[in-house]
Design a binder for this molecule. Structure first.
Ligand code: ADP
Ligand code: MG
Length: 544
């Protein structure tokens, strides 16, 4: 409400809630910190897992920061922004989501302490951005170039990413799969891990997870007497139905004699037989059909030793097409040898109780699949997520060729160098750069805490060793000792660390700039508020 010439001018509607200045900032920061606090305990290989239960009672058990934040229903606008950075981190680097969120929470907390000392938010913002630029410079300096043509470093990266995700029993085996799959799809443009087809199959152990040099689809042959496997497969992809077409309106045929009935049935049979002959004459020995397949068609295909699959998903059709070079055909009459795809082997294989069909040795060497196994649905889902993170981490390392040691070592090194850099700065920005350095040390502190170690003791020891020039010393969370993380094989892509800094500073800056939060109370069109319920429309949910 403002006044002009004595009479008040009403700008906001009466129902609008508004918080301004320090209060608004404090609310936002508290909400963001609450989110960071929620995922903090999952950081590192000995971090705990979260069990998320939705309204229908479905359960997700995970250690993955991005997954936790994606699944929980967050209302507060500032908290939502933190969730956004975990998504960005996941998209850009695949890993480091918890790190980014924890860092953001810490940067905000320290910013709030500074504002209590009357340092203006714009000064903090500028200090943080100076610190970020310097930190990235130092990161580049301490990064180590890896020979990405050899597998040794990549295997370690995969293993580091997989540790602590509940798949530790199998991480040697999974690392190999991850590295092989990432290599298979790597080309001069980079590593597009989306090309890797990951299928979940509940059953067996995590150690039974396997990579297939080709495409795997969740279908089995339609007729028992079809061959189980076909070598030198010639594959026809058909997206029209292999049945006698039903008319769209009902028609009646008056049949008066048994001969007429026989003639009618013969006609139908002839049509279907001709369909199969067309396919056979093209040279196809595997038929993949997106739609239905008449019993007679199945029978004729089987008689001709052709392996047939029906009702295959469109996305699988396309995948087979890309992998084998097969063209998707709509008109069976026009099928020819050129439309067929090729694979060394098409085979039905059993996984647990279920069968899948595998297309191996395809024309396109980039066609690879991973079949994730595990005792329960939850284990399989968490393994799939862990594999996804690891694939992305290995992909980043192949693309950039630069990695850093983990276990909190880069954060301690950065903090140390930033502190000494800050003393060169004049003005209050110095305070913000120092605060930035302190915030970085939360990572080793949290790693220590989550492993049941004393965080202060460990941090003091770590600082001392880094002062002596031992750049890669971090916390071995399994023994509780400090050790050289590089030698322990705990390594991560540089991009994960750099992106975590970028994401954390981005969201911190954005939240610090806000000094006015107005919750508009008008419901968006089409939505009504229940009587007596507060009504938060226009994307502005209630303040905590
Ligand atoms: P994020 O979502 O940030 O990747 P994680 O739970 O995967 O969170 O934990 C990552 C942190 O754990 C990194 O700082 C990494 O260096 C550290 N880390 C991973 N493996 C080890 C290990 N074996 N010993 C010590 N630290 C490790
Ligand atoms: Mg991780």
């Amino acid at each position: 409400m403002a006044t002009m010439g004595g009479s008040p001018i009403i700008v906001l509607s009466q129902d609008a809630t508004r918080s301004k200045g320090r209060e608004a900032q404090h609310n936002n920061i508290s909400a963001a910190m609450a989110v960071a606090e929620a995922v903090r305990t999952t950081l590192g290989p000995r971090g705990m897992d979260k069990m998320l239960v939705d309204m229908l009672g479905d359960v997700v058990v995970t250690n993955d920061g991005a997954t936790i934040l994606k699944e929980i229903d967050i209302e507060h606008p500032a908290a939502k922004m933190i969730v956004e950075i975990s998504k960005t981190q996941d998209e850009e680097a695949g890993d480091g989501t918890t790190t980014a969120v924890v860092l953001a929470g810490e940067l905000l907390k320290r910013a709030e302490n500074l504002t209590d000392l009357d340092v203006h938010p714009t000064v903090i913002i500028s200090g943080y951005s100076i610190a970020l630029a310097k930190a990235k410079e130092i990161l580049e300096e301490i990064a180590i170039n890896v020979e990405t043509s050899g597998d040794e470093a990549l295997l370690k990266i995969a293993k580091t990413s997989l540790t602590g995700k509940g798949v530790d029993v199998a991480h040697g085996h999974l690392s190999e799969i991850v590295v092989n799959a990432a290599r298979a799809v790597a080309d001069e443009y980079g590593v597009d891990i989306d090309q890797i087809n990951v299928e979940r199959k509940v059953g067996g152990k995590v150690n039974d997870t396997l990579m297939i040099d080709g495409v795997a689809i969740d279908k089995d042959k339609v007729h028992a007497s079809m061959p189980d496997s076909v070598k030198n497969a010639k594959i026809a992809l058909i997206n029209s139905s292999m049945e006698v077409k039903k008319t769209e309106f009902s028609a009646e045929i008056a049949i008066k004699t048994p001969d007429q009935l026989q003639a009618f049935l013969d006609e139908e049979e002839a049509t279907l037989r001709a369909m199969v002959e067309k396919v056979r004459d093209s040279g196809a020995n595997v038929v993949v059909c997106q739609k239905g397949m008449d019993d007679l068609v199945q029978f004729y295909l089987a008689k001709n030793d052709i392996l047939g699959l029906r009702r295959v998903k469109k996305s699988d059709m396309e995948r087979i097409g890309r992998a084998t070079g097969a063209k998707i055909i709509t008109n069976i009459d026009a099928i020819s040898a050129e439309d067929l795809g090729e694979a060394d082997l098409v085979e039905e294989r059993k996984f647990g109780d279920e069968k899948m069909t595998i297309f191996e040795g395809c024309l396109d060497p980039k066609a690879v699949s991973i079949i994730v196994r595990g005792g329960t649905e939850h284990v399989v889902a968490e393994t799939d997520r862990a594999i996804h993170d690891a694939l992305k981490a290995v992909g980043c390392a192949i693309e950039d060729g630069k990695v850093v040691a983990g276990g909190g070592s880069p954060e301690v090194e950065l903090a140390m160098r930033l502190r000494s850099y800050s003393s060169e700065l004049k003005g209050r920005e110095q305070l913000a750069v120092k605060a930035f350095a302190d915030a970085l040390e939360t990572i080793p502190k949290t790693l220590a805490e989550n492993s049941g170690l004393d965080q202060v003791d460990k941090l003091v020891e770590l600082r001392a060793m880094h002062q002596k020039g031992q750049k890669t010393v971090g916390i071995d969370v399994y023994t509780g000792e400090l050790s050289d993380m590089w030698e322990k094989g705990v390594i991560e892509p540089l991009r994960v660390k750099r992106q975590a800094l970028d994401s954390a500073v981005d969201v911190t800056t954005m939240l610090l700039r806000i000094d006015d939060v107005i919750a508009v109370s008008k419901a968006p069109e089409g939505e009504t508020c229940a009587p007596g319920e507060p009504c938060y429309g226009g994307g502005m949910p209630p303040m905590m």
